[in-house]
Design a protein around this ligand. Structure first.
Ligand SMILES: [Zn+2]
Length: 283
């Protein structure tokens, strides 16, 4: 089928950028039978080695659209037109590469209620060590991802990977996941898609860093909590160490699963991690 592969939606996430450049030169290394299009999502941010310039490009495809006067607003409109011209009204699948500084392993993020996307994830996940499914079908309302340009698609989030590093683990894990998805899509094309149930982690919201009266972060992530993405937390579990040396305990719903713990990109909103719940979704 037609497949769009995007890296550099965030300019400081180098794994995807490396792989786009690689496959532009060496498409023969990818499974045959698909018609590929490769894109650098945000070329200006990629050259500047930053996440974005004016607005997060991966929050620029919802309604209302980010103004075209901003650089990401202009790029969002350009990408949409470019991809639509290439697709010519035919169905296509979009894979958007990301990295996380958090211990996310290889997360296949589904932002849509779409059966083909769910089958692609279900088939691929069996080939991906430490592969996990994350649903953001609720948390992402109103600020759609780049991936929403396509009728089918998935976002890949690989971590822990530092920003602006051509991290070997990050690049190789992203490539393994890509190949697994593409091979699964080959098998799916000839098949009728039965209803499917997928187990994964449903994003439910953000959890803030403690701050002082000046709004500065006043606690760091607890050593027994940091790096424990996807593990269950209960009320009373230590999650921060305060600047006065005391433990700060989790205060929320029991039995939730924090993810993106300490994600560097979320610091601008003083978010320490995301809350998720383990669920089974039917497609
Ligand atoms: Zn990203």
């Amino acid at each position: 089928m037609k497949v769009v592969i995007v890296g550099g939606t965030h300019g400081n996430e180098k794994s995807g950028i490396f792989l786009i450049q690689k496959f532009l030169k060496h498409q023969e290394l990818l499974p045959r039978g698909h018609a590929y299009k490769f894109c650098i999502g945000n070329p200006l941010a990629t050259r500047s080695h930053c996440r974005y310039l004016d607005h997060d490009l991966n929050r620029s495809f919802g309604k209302p659209l980010v103004p075209k006067s901003s650089r990401e607003g202009a790029r969002a409109a350009e990408l949409k037109a470019d991809i639509e011209a290439w697709a010519q009204g035919e169905p296509f699948f979009l894979i958007d590469f990301h990295t996380s500084t958090a211990n996310m392993g290889t997360a296949l993020v589904l932002s849509r209620k779409d059966r083909l996307s769910a089958h692609a994830v279900a088939g691929a996940i069996t080939e991906i060590p430490q592969g996990r499914v994350v649903f953001n079908t609720e948390a992402n309302k109103g600020q759609s991802f780049l991936e929403s340009l396509a009728p089918h698609g998935v976002l890949l989030e690989v971590g822990p990977v530092s920003q602006n590093v051509f991290d070997p683990d990050g690049i190789q894990k992203t490539e393994v996941a890509l190949i697994a998805i593409l091979k699964t899509l080959q098998k799916l094309e000839a098949r009728t898609l039965e209803p499917i149930a997928l187990e994964g982690f449903q994003e439910k919201g953000t959890y803030p860093y403690p701050t002082d009266q000046e709004g500065r972060v006043s606690a760091y992530l607890h050593p027994r909590f940091f790096g424990r993405d996807y593990e269950k937390v209960e009320n009373g579990d230590p999650i921060f160490v305060s600047d006065d040396g005391t433990d700060i305990l989790f205060d929320g719903e029991d039995g939730v699963h924090p993810i993106f713990i300490g994600e560097a990109a979320y610091l601008e909103s003083a978010t320490a991690f995301m809350i998720s719940k383990k669920v089974t979704q039917r497609f």
